[in-house]
Ligand binder design. Structure first.
Ligand SMILES: Cc1ncc(C[n+]2csc(CCOP(=O)(O)OP(=O)(O)O)c2C)c(N)n1
Ligand SMILES: [Mg+2]
Length: 371
């Protein structure tokens, strides 16, 4: 007999349980826990967050298009998760270090990625999608949850060096079932590591609904590890900014790790290799379209008389420009010669590596003689 799995709550209740500052129709509400963290945020800053989210959605759409046109092997869309990614990433200091999963296009955008950085890995051109040291973002992690351990290890280093930095790791709802994530939380709590865990609960782990990952709100698990947590409406960019400022302040001030569960929704497929119509209902998708994070902020700004045609036009132009540059960078990438895969493996050459290089070179040459 298969176990009976009941969702923790339906979508409406699910969101009621999370902290927010903007309701889905764009009404600003008071929240004593979050308000102090965004007291300085004015209309200009909100417009900048809006611009970020619109540009990110355009980058994401271009990634999907490039994959469909055969220019990328794969793409992991983040449509619907813009508020979570932009709100949390805009709270970071440049010196902080991020350990992301494959879906964090918005986080690398906020860290200053160049147009080619979004596609390089998905095109299979190089091991890392960008220079991790320059962006202070570790390579996009495909192994579910592994990056949480890397973040905690890095955070222990920060602690050892007495550096004024925080390590931040992003992962999904499905990842919370991985041993790695739980082990990372135990280490972080035991040693008081300056690390922030950001769980993007987008309701799905490929075709598995969040109800089979947890029978309890995910943020509720963290206190059991000794880590304070906050469950935030992940489609409310202002609330995400506030929650992340709380978490960063907590970790930076030597109080140890903090945990955020951002309740959001993956509007698109898991990746371009997935067909979500096979496992989820159109009504569910429709209910989340009504909570679109960009529309929500637009509604608030419009009602406040702070969204003019000039901002919208400039934003659209910026988005189109980034997408154009991203496409040009993608199509212009020069594929490295096959033997270059050996170059970045070790800092110094050694005989084992040289032997492998030689063998691979001979293998490649065998095709030339056949031709
Ligand atoms: C250790 C490991 N197991 C399985 C997979 C295959 N896999 C790729 S994505 C994924 C689901 C992840 O879901 P979630 O953590 O919710 O993140 P999301 O994709 O929704 O952002 C799985 C099982 C993997 N990449 N690594
Ligand atoms: Mg997920």
């Amino acid at each position: 007999m298969s176990p009976q799995i009941t969702p923790i709550a339906d979508t409406e209740q699910d969101l009621e349980l999370s902290e927010r500052l903007l309701t889905p129709d764009g009404t600003r509400i008071a929240n004593p826990r979050l308000d102090p963290f965004v007291a300085d945020v004015d209309a200009a800053q909100l417009r900048a967050l809006h611009r970020d989210m619109v540009v990110l959605r355009r980058i994401d759409a271009e990634g999907v298009a490039l994959q469909r046109q055969g220019q990328l092997g794969l793409w992991a869309p983040c449509q619907g998760q813009e508020a979570t990614q932009i709100g949390t990433a805009r709270a970071l200091e440049t010196r902080d270090y991020v350990f992301p999963s494959y879906r964090e296009t918005g986080v690398i955008y906020a860290r200053g990625a160049q147009p080619g950085d979004y596609v390089r890995m998905w095109r299979g051109e190089e091991g890392a999608a960008y220079d991790p040291a320059a962006l202070r973002v570790a390579p996009l992690q495909i192994i579910i949850g592994a990056q949480t351990l890397h973040a905690v290890g890095y955070a222990l280093g920060i602690q050892h060096d007495r550096a004024d930095e925080v390590a931040v790791t992003y992962f999904g709802d499905g990842a919370t079932s991985q041993g790695d994530v739980n082990e990372a939380m135990i280490f972080a709590a035991s040693y008081g590591a300056p690390v922030v865990f950001v769980c993007q609960n987008n309701h799905w782990a490929i075709s598995e609904p969040v109800a089979v990952q947890s029978q309890y709100p995910i943020a509720g698990r963290a206190p059991g590890f000794g880590i304070p947590s906050l469950r935030v409406d992940g489609n409310d960019v202002l609330a995400c900014l506030a929650a992340m400022r709380w978490a960063l302040e907590h970790a930076r001030s030597g109080q140890g790790p903090a945990y955020i569960e951002a309740v959001t929704y993956r509007m698109g497929p898991h990746t371009t290799a997935d067909d979500p119509t096979r496992y989820r209902d159109e009504e569910e998708l429709e209910s989340w379209r009504r909570r679109d994070p960009i529309a929500r902020l637009e509604a608030y700004l419009r009602a406040a008389g702070e969204l003019d045609a000039q901002h919208l036009a400039e934003t659209q132009n910026a988005a189109d420009q980034v997408a154009k540059e991203m496409r040009a960078a993608c199509l212009g990438m020069v594929t490295r010669p096959p033997l270059a895969v050996f170059d970045g493996v070790y800092a110094e050459p050694h005989t084992g590596l040289e032997r492998q290089r030689h063998e691979y070179s001979a293998y490649l040459a065998s095709f030339e003689s056949e031709a």
